[in-house]
Design a protein around this ligand. Structure first.
Ligand code: FAD
Length: 540
């Protein structure tokens, strides 16, 4: 690490890590400010999530017309989304279009992973090292490394000896996987599993779904968008975006104006039916108290349980598919196209690995405590080391050579999710402590890029050297975030929001739950008050 402080190969104003939606727009904004920027991306092209997650059935679960950049009216008007929820291929094509339109690729080095960064305390500049051996000296070090970009494959003995092939949904081969006539085992029933299982079932000779925890999923009601719908949305885009930015989750949504507990059973059922028919993740927010009051949540749970039982023919299978260990919505709620129907197929078997856990992968397949399942292909839909995984894979050292991994040993600590005390001029995009995965992440990323750009412009205007969160501001922000989270049903659930999917990961509720609109107001106020809670270091 010390050799990092030797002479650098290149000197730039800013290094941006990651070429997903966050890194792409960040580069665009910084270039607009006249900064020299070098971006790095481990993948071979732009797109981030949408470059990596090419598994069958991969789609967004926020409406495409909302899950897209809002920074340019022209871009917004010229792109036509074909469906309510675009496929991975369409979203990637969109991001490639954005990269072309703004010439973004020239600022990125692809197939290049940033492996280490060290603060030079004398200059408060960053030395950044890549796995291709480049060393850069940069004033600003910006992590757009993604909240769901560190694929997690469970440590099951025997995987290396498996005679078939295996894949993680988040690292799906670009050439695709021929599933026809194969015996496929899917491990995991989170969002990626729920999206891929119906599609894999159509191709496979037999599909075994290894389920530890059943999850709530709401029909996506995906369908093509008509010209008239697109025209209507485009005519009112500015208003739609304004309301989305001010909302809790980054898309237009009004919960029912009454508590789930103050309406009659008939009224409640009618409202849930309406939400179910509309489809999508916002079902989790049908009533305003659904995610804060267990009793209110229970009404939604009961409604969904009945829906599952009505679809699944074998009631013993339905028993296993009805979630029973968490309030609905406190794990990322999923959307699906014919997920529960898939379990009525003759070529699909649900394997309950809660009652009979997987003990090994053998050369022939998967072994549980009860049986052996012969497989040609294993699909790990086992998710990610969320929110902190990709940041901590980089060996980052700040003041006093202190490692970020040590600072975050008990869980991530940030100010606004954007900045870390002891790490001046380092910014995290959509990181822990910001709305991040609880919001429409494109709008969340745009907000961060805009805020960081304005902050850097401010530093330029007063000729300051650096900006750094104070420890007090960071402590207060962490305490405030935790306090808000504790007012909800989220922290008690074993979800990836609290790191429960990664063995040994410290348990903290990582995203800021106060809502995107509120968060934006807080961030704007802090900037207006000359970056309250930050220490600005003068140039001399
Ligand atoms: P990413 O897209 O993850 O990009 C980060 C990039 O950084 C990656 O390409 C990675 O290779 C690169 N990187 C990381 N570390 C390094 C390093 N050290 N050196 C070099 N490069 C590095 N969000 C929504 O709001 N709505 C949705 O509908 C939605 N659907 C999703 C569906 C799936 C299957 C998944 C996995 C996620 C989904 N998300 C959704 C979340 C999604 O991750 C974000 O919406 C968004 O794409 C994140 O963009 P990003 O730029 O922050 O990160």
């Amino acid at each position: 690490m010390d050799d990092l402080l030797g002479p650098p190969d290149e000197v730039v104003d800013a290094v941006v890590v990651g070429a997903g939606v966050a890194g792409m727009y960040m580069v665009h904004r910084l270039r607009g400010l006249g900064l020299s920027v070098q971006g790095f991306e481990a993948g071979s092209d732009v797109g981030g999530t949408w470059y990596w997650n090419r598994y069958p059935g991969a789609r967004c679960d926020v409406l495409s017309v909302d899950y897209s950049y809002s920074f340019s009216g022209e871009l917004q008007q010229e792109w036509d989304w074909s469906e309510r929820y675009a496929t991975q291929a369409e979203i990637l094509a969109y991001l490639e279009h954005v990269a072309d339109r703004y010439g973004l690729r020239r600022s990125f080095a692809f197939d290049t992973r940033v492996v280490a960064a060290r603060l030079d305390e004398a200059t408060l500049r960053w030395r950044v090292r890549t796995d291709t051996g480049r060393t850069l000296d940069a004033r600003f070090f910006i992590l757009a490394t993604g909240s769901l970009s560190s694929a997690s494959v469970p440590d099951i003995p025997g995987l290396d000896d498996f005679a078939g092939d295996w894949y993680h949904t988040g690292q799906w081969p670009h050439e695709g996987v021929d599933c026809a006539g194969r015996r496929i085992g899917v491990i995991g029933t989170g969002s990626s599993g729920i999206q891929s299982i119906p599609v894999l079932a159509e191709a496979a000779e037999h599909l075994f779904v290894f389920q530890r925890t059943p999850n709530y999923t709401v029909p996506a009601r995906n369908r093509p968008l008509s010209d008239a719908e697109r025209a209507e949305i485009k005519a009112n885009y500015d208003d739609r975006r304004r309301r989305s930015r001010a909302s809790g989750g980054g898309s237009v949504h009004e919960p029912y104006p009454k508590s789930a507990l103050e309406v009659s059973e008939d009224e409640r059922r009618a409202i849930y039916e309406e939400g179910w028919k509309a489809g999508g993740v916002l079902f989790a927010k049908t009533f305003p108290d659904q995610l804060t009051t267990l009793e209110a949540n229970e009404t939604a749970r009961a409604f969904v349980a009945a829906k599952i039982r009505a679809v699944v023919k074998d009631q013993a299978v339905a028993d296993l598919l009805v979630p029973n260990d968490h309030p609905i919505g406190t794990k990322r709620i999923c959307t699906d196209s014919y997920y529960f129907e898939t379990f009525n197929r003759d070529n699909v078997t649900l394997v309950d690995v809660r009652s009979a856990p997987i003990v090994a992968i053998t050369p022939e397949g998967i072994r549980t405590t009860e049986a052996d399942y012969a497989l040609d292909t294993i699909v790990f839909a086992t998710g990610f080391d969320a929110m902190t995984g990709s940041v901590l894979r980089i060996d980052i050292r700040g003041r006093g050579s202190v490692a970020l991994a040590d600072v975050w040993a008990g869980g991530p600590r940030t100010y606004l999710g954007l900045s870390i005390s002891g790490f001046p001029n380092l910014f995290v995009m959509t990181g822990p402590g910001s709305p991040s995965v609880l919001a429409n992440m494109i709008l969340a990323a745009e907000h961060h890029a805009d805020w960081i750009t304005e902050c850097i412009a401010y530093l330029k205007s007063i000729e300051a050297l650096a900006i750094e969160a104070t420890e007090k501001a960071q402590d207060d922000w962490v305490a405030y975030s935790n306090e808000l989270a504790e007012q909800t049903l989220f922290p008690a659930t074993n979800s990836w929001y609290v790191g429960a999917n990664i063995p040994g990961k410290p348990r903290t509720f990582m995203p800021f739950i106060g809502g995107l609109g509120t968060y934006r107001t807080i961030c704007a106020g802090i900037a207006e008050r000359n970056y309250e809670g930050f220490r600005v270091v003068a140039a001399t």
